[in-house]
Design a protein. Sequence first.
Length: 285
Amino acid sequence: MPMPQPTIGVFDSGFGGLTVLRALLPLAPGTHFLYLGDTARLPYGAKSQTTISRYAVESSRFLEDHGCDHLVIACNTATALALPDIRDHVGIAVTGVIEPGARAAAEALARVSPGDHAGESGAVPAILVLATAATVQSHAYRDTCAALGLRAYEKACPLLVPLVEEGWTDHPVLRDVLRIYLREALEEMRAVGLRAEAVLLGCTHYPLIADAIRQALRELGSDAEVVDSAAATARTVAATLPVAATTGPATFACYATDSVEKFARLGSVFLQRNIPEVHLLDLGG
Ligand code: DGL
């Protein structure tokens, strides 16, 4: 009997999680993906834990009810604030972005600073996590890195999501904003005896500006490695797929809770391919 096609639900507050789907598609042949972007209620990054959890659980249940046998919480903010609640409310495997991202940053740190020694400056090698305000306030990355025996410093970068959604990914304003956030973060880290050796992109939108982040770091004299939690999550999820199912191209269908036209237009920038059809979904207020 042929194996049933694996169906993976990918959930995000909006378009950003398409960077995770983009990384997943080539790694998961033979798999069907259902992507849900809760565009009517984004951004999540400035909302409370209670609200984020309610929204994320509703979306997760929708994906489970529509035949998904694995759920990827592609949103850093939803993972940081709602992963335990989501796991309590669905009966399928759930993978968030934080643990894979933290592990990838730990590997990067081990490559550049084997032994975790303080350098000549006396500063301890650490991971700089860039994320939304809600993710930073949750300290989910700091705590996950601590469980891996690593120091992390979290910096909220609330202006980056709107700049990316505006399409200003290669724009002088973006470069100025990045220089300000990164200079502040590096100085704040130095003040507490930390040295950034890896910079973890702890928000779905940041892979689109990874080059600009790298460039700003170099201009500020930092050679920290930039680590993408979307790519790390995709590798983790792909490793769970049954080998027998891995034939033929991966396929996907998209749902959005607000304008399907806007989702198809902006989403194709995040996914870096055309999105032919988007289904409108009403999850309530
Ligand atoms: N998807 C969110 C994240 O990765 C960014 C956008 C938002 O704030 O909703 O944190």
